[in-house]
Write a new protein. Structure first.
Length: 241
């Protein structure tokens, strides 16, 4: 049998192409969410293909995925543009996050072992964390919420939480920088865990809701323009190089 006609060899080009599209998609997505590619920037297939050293076909597919994610706007005869950051959209992500976090608490209360919860409590003992800056605090906070989500046993929930976190990470960083008492987060996390150890589902949900909304209330006073500009690299305003 000719090796070039084996199923494995025939499937390889499709697999390679799919991996290429996914790599480009993930890389562009990260750059957009970090504002390395700023809101309003124009992405052309030709320039982006040159940057990644590929043909325009995988670029076109990656851009279509980003449009589906709501990160790009494709305008006929004009091109692809990074969607502007809108307060209403951010609020919608927060609303979804609240729902997912409530689910994480309820499943953790039912399924997470005392041993796992106690280990988490030890990490968040008030006045014992060395919280040096808001970047570190944000990373630790995301890790805490993902640990609860995983502990509940729902295999899908952590993936959706990570997705939401990606969309609001820089906004959350801006909120933490405005927070006068960022170290209160340790006490809030500890209180949630104590309610879970008591298997008091409703109390844990109330504390989670309060924990999230404490900083969400600052959204209306947040200067989105300042945040996007402070995290934007020097890039021409209407193109992606």
């Amino acid at each position: 049998m000719d090796a070039s006609n084996t199923p494995h060899t025939q499937a390889q080009p499709h697999s390679v192409r799919r991996n290429t599209v996914n790599h480009i998609y993930q890389e562009l997505k990260e750059q957009i969410l970090r504002f390395d590619i700023p809101p309003g920037a124009r992405l052309t297939e030709v320039q982006t293909a040159q940057k990644f050293g590929v043909s325009r076909t995988p670029i076109r597919q990656a851009l279509q995925h980003l449009e589906t994610d709501g990160l790009l706007v494709i305008r006929p005869k004009q091109g692809c543009f990074v969607r502007s950051v809108e307060l209403d959209a951010i609020k919608h992500y927060y609303q979804l996050r609240e729902y997912l976090e409530q689910m994480a608490v309820r499943t953790a209360c039912k399924n997470m072992s005392d041993q796992a919860l106690q280990a988490l409590a030890n990490q968040w003992q008030p006045n014992t964390l060395a919280l040096r800056n808001s970047d570190t605090l944000l990373e630790q906070d995301e890790r805490f919420h993902l640990q609860l989500a995983r502990g509940g046993g729902n295999k899908v929930l952590p993936r959706y939480l990570r997705e939401i976190n990606g969309h609001i990470r820089l906004i959350r960083l801006g909120l933490l920088q405005q927070d006068q008492h960022p170290d209160d987060m340790a006490e809030e996390h500890f209180a949630i865990i104590q309610a879970l150890l008591q298997r008091n589902e409703e109390l844990a949900c109330q504390r989670m809701d309060r924990h999230i909304n404490t900083r969400t209330l600052l959204l209306d006073s947040l200067d989105l323009t300042t945040i996007t500009q402070s995290h934007t690299v020097t890039t021409p305003p209407n193109t992606f190089n």
